[in-house]
Design a protein around this ligand. Structure first.
Ligand code: HEM
Length: 538
């Protein structure tokens, strides 16, 4: 979803097209006509700082602001020394931001601040402190920062970017009732069945042409994205349109994470590049979505019943006075928010199942036992306790959004004796909490057993007191992911069907799987998983 990332890689992301055949350049061609901009980061994209003139302007402005507008000194959480103006930006930028922030805990403790340009990131890395902020002081910590970069797109008008208040409540409620509630998720089952047939065909095709070796992630991305398009438009898109849209939305994820203009606001006037690219991407979305939205509008005017997310947005547009760009942004966030998070969860989980064939075998046996050897049905997912534990362990060890989405505070506030400035950006470091060796035994080991005891603290809602914030891959509190139901249904069903149909093994028995990770909106495998597959029935 646009702007989901608290921060992202400063490196150009590797292309991760749906098509897994290495010769496919279609995605690259599509991306090539998008003007590139500097990558967002907790740190700084160096190409923004072009030349001595900008530097001089910045320094002079700073001196002036220090002299004439200096604020009373704040008592901030422990803050590492940084260089003037940039703070720690240059140190924390890049694809390893999530790991660098964990490193700081040793030096600074579980609650610390990072100076980034003229703003502060407040980093929370312990369940108790996260609970105190997200649950006990929810009123204050449930907003989003006023990122200037988001104004270049559709503004703070999507569920994930909206400031805490009535507007956010209205659009979030609509998303939950129309897309992610239990009954709605169940009603999309026919879409999922259609797309699962296509998934198996695509995998079989690649395996046949590639000595039974497949690249795993593109298949999952394609399937999840297609299901979400169905959820929004009640329509199947052709593969070419899906790839075009994917290219647009993937780029949006990168450019809508916090940018340097969010940290050094007066630089905005020196750069039109970010704005131009946002507008270009919005135009491309408009071209694809507007004819479909218009079709829905005509059908609704003719009295057709409300069926999908777009229908609900047409109704909401009148009720809440939404702009055309709001509707585009709200559709876009379902597609982006639900795709990489779920597909990457599947990739990391499968990588662990390939590494641990005994866990994969146990999972297969559970599925066969519950289904009696018939194709696993959605209604049976609740009975597959080991499957649920396997997916939980994947989400624990590799939370797709390692520090969720950046929170903001509604006002300057005192927290644990420290001052949190009104324009601070607050990160809840989910990965740090879920891999803390003082909380989890052998956190580096993939061990689904730890989730077999039905402990309510690990139901991923974070709603049972401080301990339940030890495991919050979907966040916690008022901004908790509204798509949890939907994402888990996709992950459980796709994984169960795949394991039931194929055995997944290493491409070469002697090779180790490379678990190196990089932050590119979600945390991805640097070397995408390749696996050798064998039909179980053969
Ligand atoms: C495995 C799948 C998923 C994971 C791990 C995940 C994780 C997250 C996390 C960590 C947050 C941030 C919570 C916070 O700010 O504290 C979030 C927010 C959000 N997610 Fe998800 N998500 C997933 C699937 C989905 C799906 C399928 C949708 C589509 C409907 C979705 C839509 C959203 C939205 C709209 C928000 C913003 C909520 C708000 O600001 O009120 N997510 N998600």
């Amino acid at each position: 979803m646009p702007g989901l990332a608290a921060a992202s890689s400063a490196d150009e992301p590797k292309e991760r097209p749906f098509r897994s055949d290495p010769g496919s350049n279609l995605q690259k061609l599509k991306m090539a006509d998008v003007e590139t901009t500097d990558e967002p980061t907790v740190g700084l994209s160096s190409t923004y700082l072009v030349g001595v003139i900008t530097g001089a302007v910045v320094i002079v402005s700073l001196i002036f602001s220090r002299l004439f507008f200096s604020k009373p000194k704040l008592n901030l959480p422990p803050t590492p020394k940084g260089i003037p103006l940039f703070g720690t930006m240059l140190k924390t930028r890049g694809p390893k931001t999530h790991s660098i922030l964990i490193e700081y805990i040793k030096e600074l403790g579980p609650l610390y601040a990072l100076k980034t340009g003229l703003k502060y990131f407040i980093v929370v890395t312990s369940p108790e402190i996260a609970w105190e902020a997200l649950l006990k002081n929810a009123q204050v910590f449930s907003s989003r920062p006023k990122l200037l970069s988001r104004l270049n797109f559709t503004g703070w008008r999507s569920v994930n970017s909206a400031l805490y208040g009535d507007y956010w409540r209205g659009i979030r409620k609509n998303l939950v009732t129309q897309v992610t509630s239990g009954s709605k998720v169940a009603s999309f089952a026919p879409f999922r069945e259609e797309e699962l047939v296509t998934l198996m065909e695509r995998i079989d095709r690649e395996a046949k042409s590639n000595d039974n070796v497949i690249t795993f992630l593109p298949h999952c991305r394609f399937t999840v994205f297609s299901i979400l398009l169905h959820v929004c438009f009640s329509k199947r898109f052709n593969a070419e349109d899906i790839e075009e849209l994917d290219a647009i939305l993937k780029r949006l994820l990168i450019i809508l994470a916090p940018q340097v203009i969010d940290f050094i606001p007066f630089l905005q006037r020196f750069s039109k590049k970010h704005k131009n690219e946002c507008q270009l991407l919005l135009d491309r979305m408009r071209k694809m979505f507007t004819p479909l939205i218009d079709e829905h509008r005509v059908m609704r005017n003719n009295g057709a019943p409300e069926l999908d997310y777009v229908d609900s947005l047409i109704v909401l547009q009148k009720e809440m006075n939404l702009k055309e760009t709001d509707v585009l942004g709200l559709i876009g966030e379902v597609l982006t928010g639900g795709t990489d998070t779920t597909a990457n969860t599947l990739e990391w989980t499968m990588a662990n199942l390939v590494k641990h064939p005994e866990i994969q075998q146990r999972l297969y046996e559970e599925i066969q036992e519950v289904t009696g050897g018939h194709i696993v049905q959605e209604a049976q997912l609740v009975k597959l306790k080991y499957l649920q534990a396997v997916v939980k362990e994947g989400l624990r060890k590799h939370p797709p959004l390692p520090f969720g989405i950046t929170h903001g505070v509604t006002q300057q506030t005192k927290f644990r004796g420290y001052d949190i400035p009104e324009d601070a950006m607050v990160l809840f470091h989910i990965q740090a909490m879920q891999n803390d060796p003082t909380i989890w035994k052998d956190p580096d080991v993939f061990n689904p057993e730890r989730f077999l005891n039905n402990d309510p603290n690990y139901d991923m809602t974070g709603s049972h007191g401080p301990k339940s914030l030890e495991f919050i891959p979907f966040g916690a509190g008022r901004r908790i992911c509204p798509g949890m139901n939907l994402g888990l249904t996709h992950a459980h069903l796709i994984l169960a069907r795949l394991i039931q149909r194929y055995e997944f093994t290493k491409v070469n028995p002697n090779e180790e799987i490379d678990f190196d990770d990089a932050l590119r909106f979600a945390v991805v495998m640097v070397n995408p998983l390749k696996a050798r597959i064998k039909l179980r029935s053969s």
